[in-house]
Write a protein that binds this ligand. Sequence first.
Ligand SMILES: *Cc1c(COP(=O)(O)O)cnc(C)c1O
Length: 392
Amino acid sequence: MSDDIIYLDFNASTPCDPRVVEAMLPYLSDTFANPSSRHHRPGQDAFTALEQARSTVARLLGAASSTEIVFTSGATEANNLALTGAAEMRTGNGRHIVTQVTEHPSVLEPLAHLQKSGWDVTELGVDSDGRIRLDELSGALRDDTILVSLMLANNETGALQPVVQAAVLARERGALIHCDAAQAVGKVAVDVAALNVDLLSLSGHKLYAPKGIGALFVRRSRPPLRLVPLIRGGGHEYGLRSGTPNLPGAVALARALEIACADLEAEMGRLADLRDRLEAIIVGKLDGCSVNGSTTHRLPGTCNLSFAGIEGNALLASLPDLAVSTGSACTSAHPQASPVLLAMGVASALAKASLRLSVGRFTTANEIDRAAARIVEEVSRLRLTRFSHWVS
Ligand SMILES: *Cc1c(COP(=O)(O)O)cnc(C)c1O
């Protein structure tokens, strides 16, 4: 990456950790055989490595058995498999599904598709912290509710949803619970047994493994879930995801989880300190700056800020030296405010004037200080420019 650009977009993607690259390299060249070719030794070696990776992922997520882990191409595929697979499996039990408005498009779009095919989908709103209200969830659950889908951490604000309590409510009504944990795994403790979820999605490239690998946890006990697959073929991954498995990716995902879990508490503290430092400098030096989303129930490394009196796209354009995200879609001539921020009740103008800053494993305090100074400088300059337009 260009040395002079400060990368504060770890929620969008992370670089591979060098230890992850080292672990996966042998599986690109030496141990390259098809894990299904178990009639020869190279195939057996590949199979053993794949199952080793699966059991590591299962153990680190708190799964009861490695057969509960299905490798996918990422969290988008895992979410699609979980939602359509569970819906089709449970058609006989009812056709009602509950989710909430700030879910990732890879949850909302498959559900919108199911809705067109006759399922009834309830989208809960969120409060100004970006969290659902449990009494609203309780009120939305019906006898024919088959599934609840609730993310653990929001990608734009880092807001954490009350998944443990939601799982209790869902189970009481006989509904399955799916959790999109793509932003949470590797950043906060994630344990499928403690969360008491039936299905949980994760993504490699959000936790220092490569793009193109992810996993879905599928509960196999009390009783086992028999999801309907999305991708049919040779019956790989317990019949849930056909196609020759991505062995280097699976090894990388397992190694990435090991690294994240080994140092989780300390890294959570370090990331929260960096994030708080960034926020404190910016909020301390600029008037009309607000933090979007919960500041108590939040991922350690994420902050989402709105700046009154400017436009997010103008700010992004004036900060080519920072890799950050804005809450507005910057591809169009007329920027659209982030649906996540609007759902939280943030005014449209403020939602368009927002930045998401996400710090990660390789972020330094020096980068935080430089980035904060640049944001303060450009917001102040843009506000002055606007003001001089008004007076002239
Ligand atoms: C990134 C992300 C996804 C999609 O993950 P991919 O592996 O890129 O498909 C899904 N949900 C959330 C919350 C995410 O942040």
